[in-house]
Design a protein around this ligand. Sequence first.
Ligand SMILES: [Zn+2]
Length: 138
Amino acid sequence: MADVHNPAQRSFNMSRIRGRDTKPEKLLRSLLHRRGFRFRTNVASLPGKPDIVLPKHRAVVLVHGCYWHRHEGCRFATTPATNAPFWIEKFAGTVARDPQAAEALQENGWRVFVAWECELRREAEATANRLSGEIWAI
Ligand SMILES: [Zn+2]
């Protein structure tokens, strides 16, 4: 199949297809856990099925894959060369659902935080520190 990705990017993208228990997500969980946070994961009863839910802090952390969630300006937010219109529409659906889910959560009193996959890959500890600070700052 012809596409514009180099092998590293392709395997990065493929790794995102399962949508749960992916590597960056696991990494963030372990870093937050080490910082004393206790949470539930992939909570289906909440809008958007958030990845990490911290009931005690009334906070959720969404780990966004750069590819599916179209991280703006990110080198991982590529578009497949084959069947591009299909993908563009599919991506648009995901991108439209993100704020809807966040809004629904906020209306229910949840605070919503986002961690981008590339950020976690680049500087995992710093990302966990940032989130930790944001979660504690009420
Ligand atoms: Zn990114």
